[in-house]
Design a protein around this ligand. Structure first.
Ligand SMILES: [Zn+2]
Length: 256
């Protein structure tokens, strides 16, 4: 079977997987406790007695560890999207040599994108993008001791930067972009996860800038409250939230 993806398809394929990994953080059995020192499990049997499992080999950690794959996927997405934006401007710019055998690094992609699109990122977004490379290195090579809440926050932050990037550069609103799957029709599953990713993220600069960009481009549009993600992000023209894809609630429309 043939396997073929261009740079842009590869970026959105990776992003799709990263979004699904965010959902799998909840695949955590509440009756099982994981011990980080010896990778052992304590669990409750059906009859209420306690069981214990310790093996020299590999023990599957709980579902929230999948946040690692979510974050690595988001960083890879960011790298591929930056390169796709550069490639669209100049196909040679993403290679370090004339024979096109080696591609540029994430950091040099960031530098180059600033030359081509100097106003794309504000300072906070830029620092997140610059730190992404360091973050990837840390997650891959060191024994990181973060809480799942901190990892979730990082995932949401990176996702919001990607969301802003996709809208600014490709005019893509992610919830709508992923909602339709030709094999199964409209899938609410991915939209639900995206809603989770943008919930409780009021002060993220990328969301603020995406929303203000939208309002600048659509000055007639009235932005209403979204019952999905809780932001002032429902377009009364589209009848949909531009962040999470939730349909505009008729009740909200009536009262605002
Ligand atoms: Zn929403």
């Amino acid at each position: 079977m043939e396997f073929r993806l261009n740079l842009k398809q590869n970026a959105f394929h990776t992003l799709h997987r990263a979004i699904l990994e965010f959902r799998s953080r909840n695949d955590t059995e509440e009756t099982v406790q994981f011990d980080h020192d010896d990778h052992s499990l304590t669990f409750l049997r059906a009859d209420g007695t306690k069981g214990f499992y310790l093996d020299e080999g590999y023990t599957h950690p709980p579902g929230y560890y999948n946040l690692k794959f979510c974050i690595l996927g988001l960083i890879q997405t960011l790298e591929l999207l930056l390169k796709e934006a550069l490639r669209a401007e100049n196909p040679n710019s993403i290679f370090t040599d004339s024979s096109h055998t080696k591609t540029i690094s994430l950091s040099s992609a960031v530098k180059k994108i600033q030359d081509v699109m100097p106003n794309l990122f504000n300072e906070a977004q830029l620092s997140a993008v610059i730190q992404a490379k360091e973050l990837r290195n840390t997650i891959e090579h060191y024994e990181v001791r973060w809480t799942s809440e901190a990892l979730e926050r990082i995932a949401k932050y990176l996702f919001s930067v990607i969301m802003h990037f996709c809208y600014s550069v490709f005019n893509i609103r992610l919830a709508e972009y992923y909602a339709f799957d030709a094999r199964i029709g409209t899938s609410s599953e991915i939209v639900d996860i995206i809603r989770d990713l943008v919930q409780n993220t009021d002060n993220m600069p990328s969301q603020v800038s995406l929303l203000s960009q939208w309002s600048r481009q659509n000055p007639e549009d009235r932005m209403l409250f979204c019952i999905g993600c809780g932001h002032q992000s429902c377009s009364s023209t589209l009848k949909k939230c531009i962040l999470c894809g939730e349909e505009l609630s008729p009740l909200i429309e009536q009262f605002q």
